[in-house]
Write a protein that binds this ligand. Structure first.
Ligand code: ADP
Ligand code: MG
Length: 476
C-alpha cells in the first residue's frame, strides 16, 4: 500500500519583550536561577496579572505579516494542569478567542510553491523549568522563564512531508526574526515546534490518528523526528496494529520517538476565561498604527528585487533569507548606485564565502556596505579589474584599509595607457607565434589564450577591454 503523511505544526515563539507577559520581571536569558522570578512569576497569593502591551503588539505584527484576521476582541483563559514548574496550577493562554486567526505562509519546495494555512495564533505565558542535574536525586525548579510571553502559532494539517514541514518552520523562523518579534535563538528555546504526524492510505481524504512530537528545537531534529515517526506509524499499521493518539518525545541520541503520555483532551484542561484579566480589545487605530510601522516583508522584497532590480529569482530568494542580509545588500546598492547584479554577485560570492569560512554572521562582516560599495565603484570606473578587486577585497577583510588605499599601496591600478598596453601586446605576439598561427587558421579560442597571456604579462592590471581591442587590431 502507498502511504501519505499528514503534518500540522504548533510553534512556540518567544516574544522579544523586555519584561514578562503579566509582570515587570525581566525576560533576559541566562540569569542565575529564580533571580527573575517576581511575585507574579512564583504565584504568590493575591497578585494580579497586568498585560504587557508590547507582547500584544508583537502578536498583531505577526498577524499582519501572515495576512490573518486580527481579532478586535480576544479572551485570556486558564488552562489547568499540575506540574512543578507551573506554580499557579494553571497557564494563562487563549482558547476559544485567540488574537489571530486564518493566516497563511507560502513555502517553496523544489520548484513548487505551496501555501500553508495558519489556523490561529494565540498569546500565552511560558512555564518555568525543572532542572534534574546537580540536585542529588531531587529536581530543582527555575522560575525565571515562567511568564515569558509566547505566541503559539498553529497550522492546518497541510504539510505532506518532513521536507515541507521543515520548509514551513524555516520560513516562519525567518519571518518572526524579520519583523523583530523573536530573536530566533533555537538553542535557548526561543523557537520550538511540536509536530503532529499521522499517516493514511494515499488518495484517502480522511485523517489518520495523529501523534504529537513535543519540543523540537532544531530543524534537523524536526526532520529526523517526523521521518522516524512516519516510518514507525506505517510499519505499525502494516503489521496490523493501530495508532493510539499520544504525545511523544524525540530522542536525538537514538533518533527515535517514544510515547510520553496518552493524549489529553482539551476538556481535561478545564479551560475557562481568566477572571483576573479583562477581554483584550484592540482599537482600529492602534492596529493601523502597527501596520504603518511594519517593514517590507521578505516575500514582497523578494519579488521587488526581481521586478525592479532585475535580479534572478535565486539571488532574490537568497538575499531575502534574513533581514540582516537583505539590509546589507540594500545598503550596498544604495551606496554604490550601480548595477544591483554586481552587488548581488559580490554579496553572495566573496562576502558569503568569507563569512562561511570564518563562521561569521553578515552583521559581523569587517567590510561594511559603504566600503564594499567604494570597492565596486573602482571596478565600474575601470580603476581595477574584477579579478584584482578580489585581491583588494581580501586585504580589506583582514583590515588593511579602504579599497583606494590598498589599490595605491599595492600598485594595483589598472593600466589604461594605450602605449604601454601596445608594447605588452607586441611582446606577447612575438613570444607566442604558435598561438598566433592557430588564431589565423580560424581558432577563436587562441584569441582568448592570447588575451590571457597579455593579462598575465600585466599581472592582471591591463584594462581587459583595451587589450581585446588592441589585440584584434594587431591580428587583423
Ligand atoms: P490540540 O488542541 O489537541 O493540540 P488541534 O486540533 O488544535 O489539537 O490540532 C493541533 C495540531 O495538530 C494542528 O496543527 C493540526 O493541524 C494538527 N492535526 C490535527 N489533526 C491531525 C492529523 N490527523 N494529522 C496530522 N496533524 C493533525
Ligand atoms: Mg496542542
Amino acid at each position: 500500500m502507498q502511504w501519505e503523511v499528514v503534518i500540522g505544526l504548533e510553534t512556540h515563539v518567544q516574544l522579544q519583550t523586555k519584561s514578562k507577559i503579566f509582570s515587570g520581571a525581566s525576560t533576559a536569558f541566562g540569569a542565575a536561577p529564580n533571580t527573575q522570578a517576581d511575585a507574579v512569576s512564583i504565584a504568590l497569593p493575591g497578585v494580579l496579572p497586568v498585560l504587557n502591551r508590547e507582547a500584544v503588539r508583537c502578536a498583531v505584527k505577526f498577524g499582519l505579516a501572515v495576512n490573518a484576521e486580527i481579532s478586535r476582541r480576544s479572551v485570556f483563559a486558564r488552562k489547568n494542569y499540575f506540574y512543578p514548574d507551573l506554580p499557579k496550577g494553571y497557564q494563562i493562554s487563549q482558547y476559544e478567542h485567540p488574537i489571530i486567526r486564518k493566516g497563511s505562509l507560502t513555502i517553496q519546495v523544489g520548484d513548487t510553491e505551496k501555501t500553508i494555512r495558519i489556523t490561529r495564533a494565540h498569546l500565552e505565558e511560558d512555564a518555568g523549568k525543572s532542572l534534574h542535574e546537580d540536585f542529588h536525586g531531587m529536581s530543582g525548579i527555575d522560575l525565571n522563564r515562567a511568564g515569558t510571553p509566547l505566541l503559539e502559532i498553529v497550522t492546518e494539517p497541510d504539510m505532506r512531508s518532513a521536507t515541507e514541514a521543515v520548509a514551513y518552520a524555516k520560513r516562519l523562523h525567518e519571518l518572526v526574526m524579520w519583523i523583530g518579534i523573536c530573536d530566533g535563538n533555537m538553542q535557548e528555546g526561543s523557537f520550538r515546534c511540536d509536530a503532529n504526524v499521522s499517516v493514511r492510505p494515499k488518495g484517502s481524504d480522511e485523517l489518520g490518528t495523529r501523534r504529537e512530537i513535543k519540543n523540537l528545537n532544531s530543524f534537523r531534529f524536526l526532520q529526523q523526528a517526523i521521518e522516524y515517526e512516519m516510518r514507525w506509524q506505517i510499519e505499525t499499521l502494516e503489521e496490523g496494529g493501530t495508532i493510539e493518539q499520544a504525545t511523544v518525545l524525540f530522542d536525538p541520541d537514538t533518533g527515535e520517538t517514544r510515547a510520553m503520555r496518552s493524549k489529553e483532551e482539551a476538556n481535561d484542561y478545564r479551560y475557562f476565561p481568566d477572571p483576573d484579566l479583562l477581554p483584550l480589545e484592540l482599537t482600529y487605530d492602534w492596529i493601523e498604527e502597527i501596520k504603518a510601522s511594519m517593514p517590507e516583508l521578505p516575500q514582497a522584497m523578494e519579488e521587488r528585487l526581481v521586478r525592479e532590480y532585475g535580479l534572478p529569482p535565486y539571488d532574490a530568494a537568497t538575499l531575502t533569507s534574513s533581514r540582516a542580509l537583505a539590509d546589507y545588500f540594500m545598503a550596498t546598492v544604495g551606496a554604490f548606485g550601480g548595477e544591483p547584479k554586481l552587488v548581488s554577485n559580490w554579496v553572495m560570492g566573496s562576502v558569503a564565502a568569507k563569512l562561511n569560512e570564518e563562521g561569521k554572521d553578515i552583521t559581523e562582516s569587517p567590510v561594511k556596505p559603504d566600503q564594499l560599495a567604494r570597492l565596486l565603484k573602482r571596478i565600474t570606473d575601470s580603476t581595477i579589474s574584477g579579478k584584482i578587486a578580489k585581491e583588494v577585497f581580501a586585504a580589506m577583510w583582514t583590515g588593511e584599509g579602504e579599497a583606494d588605499e590598498i589599490i595605491e599601496k599595492r600598485g594595483l591600478r589598472q593600466v589604461s595607457d594605450a602605449g604601454a598596453i601596445e608594447a605588452m601586446v607586441d611582446q606577447v605576439l612575438a613570444t607566442n607565434a604558435a598561438m598566433v598561427a592557430e588564431y589565423k587558421s580560424g581558432k577563436e579560442k587562441a584569441f582568448n589564450a592570447l588575451v590571457g597571456q597579455c593579462m598575465k604579462a600585466s599581472k592582471g592590471k591591463a584594462n581587459p577591454a583595451q587589450v581585446n581591442e588592441i589585440l584584434r587590431r594587431k591580428l587583423s
